[in-house]
Design a protein around this ligand. Sequence first.
Ligand code: ATP
Length: 137
Amino acid sequence: SNRTFTMIKPDAVANGHIGAILEKINAAGFRIAALKMTRLSAEKAGEFYAVHKERPFYGELVEFMSSGHIVAAILEKDNAVEDFRKLIGATNPANAEPGTIRKLYAESVGRNAVHGSDSDENAEIEGSFFFSDLEKF
Ligand code: ATP
């Protein structure tokens, strides 16, 4: 597929990095197919990250992701999922390559500035979590 899904997380939104992150996304050749600034309730954040329910950081993750506004977007580019994960860098910014979004803007492994889907299937599921068919196409 040529689509992926991203969220700019509450840390990066609160720190004023929305514009800089969208600029990096565009500069890397992604087209923004859908975009919205919104907020997740704790219930919705828990649903989005349900696959991590048994992990020790789940409670912290849900609390953080519902702590402030986020920006959700569907992005288009050849090889979108893999190329976007390269652009954002490792989950822990301490291990992220120079120039990646997480190296530049993330605070810690928990507050790591952006999300990027890990498969075509999850990109579709996650995009549909935030956007209606009319918004998506
Ligand atoms: P994302 O799904 O957000 O793109 P990822 O695929 O790089 O991240 P996962 O291992 O799937 O990383 O973890 C999902 C999210 O859970 C991470 O982005 C991070 O916000 C949070 N997380 C992961 N490990 C930890 C940890 N040890 N402590 C706190 N939060 C964590």
